[in-house]
Design a protein around this ligand. Structure first.
Ligand SMILES: Cc1cc2nc3c(=O)[nH]c(=O)nc-3n(C[C@H](O)[C@H](O)[C@H](O)COP(=O)(O)O)c2cc1C
Length: 471
């Protein structure tokens, strides 16, 4: 791939940074990144909405194995879209031992998103995954590589095994990653092995190994990855705790029971940029860097540039529903938008930024327990049952989690991120007439807004933002 650009449009799940946003950014010479999270559900739901514009059909026609595509099309496509009262059909839940249909859906869904983002220009397209969501990763990577993804970015954990997996998949060799399983007891490590030739037969296309950028919040993690990753780490995105989405926990309260509940960020949580620069790899700074001054400052510290999330999440090409974006912008301008770091909400255990733009759009309290249905399951964690079998549980299931042996403490304040984030991009599930409510995440800094908005309108485009950042 060519030299790296100065601006990365951050990966934003679920489907906030969709192919339309990434395509727009990449065609303007920057790095456009699609979110790779939950793409199997996103594809299945878009097909059930009738594939408006025929984009998925067009991308699927380019997938090298038409039989696979046909099985997915026949299962999920609904001409003219399902009725609003009808629930979306479920897709297979992530698991350590996924069925063939689950693997096929991941391959095709990741292919489609990257194919569409790359269509019609020569720019650079990346895909973002979370280390915490391990089970769908290997087939997802292969699907994205089949569409020629240029960069893979991964954070929310220490993605040590992924660089090596990329090397293996690029050679069509089996790849293996160690899975985190709770309550393993005396059982040995559990791994997931994925042999691409089991699913893709006949003439195998040549694959390029995408660049790998690790998203880190400390120089210590960057150094560990530089030394211990299974293959090349080509650079770092260094994310401050003001960024949207998940954040690294404050170091003082990490694993320190005496400090449990005492969550505050301080000096100690700031990455040492000089140490990151000394690692000698390209890096970008993220978290409140959406201004021309911040871009220049990052470059003066030795960074290639910046990764920007929130400012792209609120533009017209973003996947967030327009009414939510406009409401958020209006509340920011009126001075009553609340953005806070919620240390309990995310079932991952990581702090998560929650924005509350409008009480009628976002529930003030978590959904009551009977409404919690773990039917997307991306944040389910494998654990060993007393009988030694593998089962799955998510603290977002509340009582369901406790029934499966989890502690009550872990469920306190938990939101169902999977369903809430899906709702914010217009793919809400409906059950018995009750629509899942949207959950919105934003970074702390929206001071870019007055610079990109004109004439009192809440509408601006990715191109307006890029022009501002480079002004
Ligand atoms: C709506 C939203 C969703 C996000 N989702 C993800 C994600 O799925 N994976 C990830 O690595 N980062 C995610 N992020 C973080 C961004 O990629 C980016 O690093 C961050 O937003 C930069 O800080 P800023 O919001 O102040 O620009 C998300 C951010 C936002 C605003």
């Amino acid at each position: 791939m060519g030299t790296f650009a100065d601006i990365i449009q951050g990966g934003m799940g679920v489907a906030v940074s969709n192919w339309k946003l990434a395509k727009e950014v990449a065609s303007k010479g920057k790095i456009g990144v699609v979110s790779g999270t939950a793409l199997d559900s996103v594809l299945a739901r878009r097909l059930q909405l009738g594939d408006p514009g025929g984009h998925i059909r067009r991308a699927m026609a380019d997938f090298p194995w038409p039989d696979m595509v046909k099985r997915i099309w026949d299962r999920y496509f609904v001409a003219d879209g399902k009725s609003p009262e009808e629930p979306f059909k479920p897709v297979p839940l992530p698991s350590l031992t996924p069925r063939k249909s689950a693997i096929e859906l991941l391959l095709v869904a990741n292919f489609v998103e990257v194919f569409l983002a790359k269509e019609g220009h020569e720019g650079t397209v990346g895909i973002n995954y979370l280390e915490k969501i391990q089970m769908p990763t290997l087939p997802s990577l292969l699907g994205a590589m089949l569409a020629g993804v240029n960069v893979v970015l991964m954070g929310a954990g220490i993605p040590q095994a992924i660089p090596g997996a990329l090397d293996q998949l690029a050679a069509w060799d089996p790849a293996e990653i160690k899975m985190q399983v709770e309550e393993q007891g005396t059982h040995g490590p559990t791994t997931q092995r994925f042999d691409p030739r089991e699913y893709c037969q006949g003439d195998l296309p040549l694959l390029s190994r995408p660049a790998f950028l690790a998203i880190v919040s400390s120089d210590i993690v960057a150094k560990t990855l530089s030394r211990k990753a299974t293959g090349a780490v080509d650079g770092f995105v260094v994310e401050y705790h003001t960024a949207g989405g998940h954040n690294a926990p404050p170091r003082r309260s990490r694993g320190d029971s005496a400090n449990a509940g005492n969550h505050t960020y301080g000096e100690i949580d700031l990455p040492d940029i000089a140490r990151i620069r000394d690692l000698g790899k390209p890096f970008w700074l993220a978290g409140g860097f959406a201004s021309p001054e911040a871009l220049k400052e990052a470059q003066s510290l030795g960074a290639m540039g910046v990764q920007v999330g929130t400012a792209f999440a609120l533009c017209e090409e973003s996947g967030i529903l327009p009414e939510i974006r406009y409401e958020t912008i209006r509340h920011y301008l009126a001075g009553d938008l609340e953005i806070r770091t919620d240390f309990a909400a995310s079932p991952t255990g990581y702090p998560f930024k929650v924005a509350t733009p409008a009480p009628h759009l976002v529930p003030v309290a978590p959904l009551p327990e009977p409404c919690r249905v773990c039917d997307l399951g991306y944040l389910r964690r494998p654990y060993r049952t007393d009988a030694g079998a593998i089962a799955y549980r998510c603290p977002g299931e509340l009582g369901g989690f406790v029934k499966k042996g989890g502690t009550v403490a872990e469920t306190v304040g938990k939101q169902c991120l999977c369903n809430g984030l899906m709702a914010s991009v217009g793919l809400a599930q409906i059950r018995d007439g009750i629509l899942e409510a949207p959950l919105l995440t934003m970074g702390e800094d929206l001071s870019f807004l007055p610079h990109v908005l004109k004439d009192g309108s809440p509408v601006y485009h990715a191109g307006d933002l890029i022009d501002y950042l480079e002004s």
